[in-house]
Design a protein around this ligand. Sequence first.
Ligand SMILES: Nc1ncnc2c1ncn2[C@@H]1O[C@H](COP(=O)(O)OP(=O)(O)OP(=O)(O)O)[C@@H](O)[C@H]1O
Length: 255
Amino acid sequence: MINASDVTFAYDGTPVLAGVGLTAHAGGVVGLIGPNGSGKTTLLRILYAALVPSGGTVLVDDRPVGSLTGRQLPQQIAVVAQEAPSELPVTVADMVLLGRAPHRSALQAYRTEDHRIAAAALHRVGLRELADRAFHTLSGGEKQRTLIARAIAQQAGHLLLDEPTNHLDVRYQHEVLQLVRELRITTVVVLHDLNLAARYCDQLVLLDRGSVVAAGPVAEVLTPAVLEPVYRISVRTVLDDDCVQLVFRPQPAVD
Ligand SMILES: Nc1ncnc2c1ncn2[C@@H]1O[C@H](COP(=O)(O)OP(=O)(O)OP(=O)(O)O)[C@@H](O)[C@H]1O
């Protein structure tokens, strides 16, 4: 479980988050949504202790995230961040194997078991045939799937993803989020695509200008009354096999 409450953060004195709360229950998928610049990435980075809030608390299975040291943090939380790793000449297989690093001591070699888990993770994202390719030669979508395989190999109890469907074609957008769901790991995922959020998240947290304006089950957050003032676009909901989906239309210009 991840529980953030009353989180406040500022970059160089400029407030970005004010009194934000978020709860991801064990095994559930929480979608973090909101317009550009609303604070989604900042909040996600606070959840994995890459940023320290000026106020509030973040608990991971009831422990303050800041108290998780060394290998404890990556054993608890796997992260698929937006920044692609550097141009280091590593193979795809080695990149995924890095997910096993928190499970061995610094001087210990990877075990057969680590290689098996990494290979299975690569297979799961459909990239087994690219195992020997240099990571930096992959397409954006292949890189993204490799990083998700690394997170799977990490076998942490919590998964945080920042726009994991960036660069993915429409089929892989659905495949990756379906995979994330099937992992049954406590997950927080930043998503811009509200229809993907509707389909694959249990709960949504909607940020606007650094505050939570709505939070709860998908059907309670993805309503025209909630979304239209935040995104300033006309929204219509339709049901597709009991799943809320949204149709957007620009609002008429005001003279
Ligand atoms: N390192 C930084 N230094 C200063 N300001 C920052 C920094 N990172 C983000 N910001 C600002 O903080 C605010 C929130 O940014 P953040 O990236 O968290 O939003 P976001 O909701 O993830 O945006 P997007 O949807 O565009 O990715 C924005 O106004 C942004 O310009």
